[in-house]
Design a protein around this ligand. Structure first.
Ligand SMILES: [Zn+2]
Length: 290
């Protein structure tokens, strides 16, 4: 009944938009999950609702669902955006956005400016699952060329923890570079939000990891640790999303093959259960682009 009344009000108010479909975010729902539910792309959904950080999607938020046949989407220029950056995020050509919006000087776009992003099916690339703040922090770090060959996944084996605490603990254990992993993905316990990616000092300085026993593997393997004990329960949906986004970023940036993503227990069988039986490597690999 309320829905009909709402539609009626829309007609009364003279709205001619097609977004008659709304979705209210429920617990454990991610943007990509909602996007796939309605058969639209994550980037279209994100842009349509002007969401800058997909990890900060809160329960109860009302999302407009774009029409499947949509050809262009409105986008409001955010702080730190460039037209080239927007174009690559949506997998379209900079010149196409410039032409559609009559922009002659792409360097002169302003924060808050409303533009349209043309969408061509076929030239569509999957949008990154990482928030723009994480993407820009990552892009400011240049990986040492040819150094990284593998990604090894770990869990913290503790239900509640945070990266800074782990850094202190690892230092106290005698590791002079502190935090043994390059990245930590939070489960929302302590100060970080669920799915937050902490970029460790070892990644910032391109140092060897300290996350596996073999020295030669520490030299060439990126260590990612998800907080939680996955012998007891599964990682959160937001952690898995962040992991997917981070692995895809690292695979592309460091030219790491999907077959080189592995877990601690595969590297060191019989010695550790890390990252736990509820973290499924095949399920993670299935989510990644080939
Ligand atoms: Zn481990």
């Amino acid at each position: 009944m309320r829905f009909f009344l709402f539609k009626f009000l829309l007609i009364l108010s003279g709205c001619t938009c097609f977004a008659s479909l709304f979705h209210t975010v429920k617990k454990n729902e991610t943007l990509s999950l909602i996007a796939s539910k309605y058969g639209v792309s994550t980037s279209a959904l994100q842009a349509y609702n002007n969401i800058s950080n997909p990890n900060l999607l809160f329960v109860g938020k009302k999302l407009k669902i774009p029409d499947k046949g949509i050809k262009e989407i409105p986008y409001t220029v955010q702080k730190g955006d460039s037209l080239g950056g927007i174009a690559s995020r949506f997998g379209v050509k900079l010149s196409d956005i410039a032409n559609l919006n009559n922009i002659s000087r792409p360097d002169l776009i302003k924060v808050g400016q409303k533009i349209k992003v043309p969408l061509k099916s076929g030239t569509y690339r999957k949008a990154s699952l990482l928030p723009s703040s994480t993407l820009s922090a990552l892009s400011s770090i240049r990986p040492t060329y040819g150094k990284w060959k593998k990604i090894i996944l770990h869990h913290s084996a503790t239900p509640v923890d945070d990266a800074l605490n782990m850094h202190r603990v690892h230092k106290a254990r005698g590791m002079k570079n502190g935090l043994a992993y390059h990245f930590v993905i939070s489960n929302g316990s302590r100060k970080a939000y669920d799915g937050e990616i902490y970029i460790g000092p070892r990644w910032k300085s391109q140092l060897d990891g300290g996350h596996v026993k073999k020295l030669s593997l520490n030299k060439t393997s990126i260590g990612i640790c998800l907080i939680g004990n996955f012998e007891l329960r599964a990682p959160t949906a937001k952690q898995l999303n962040a992991l997917e986004g981070l692995c895809e970023y690292l695979m592309a940036r460091c030219r790491i093959e999907k077959s080189q993503i592995t877990t601690h227990k595969i590297i060191h069988p019989g010695h550790t259960a890390c990252p736990g039986k509820f973290m499924s490597l095949p399920a993670i690999l299935k989510r990644l682009d080939p």
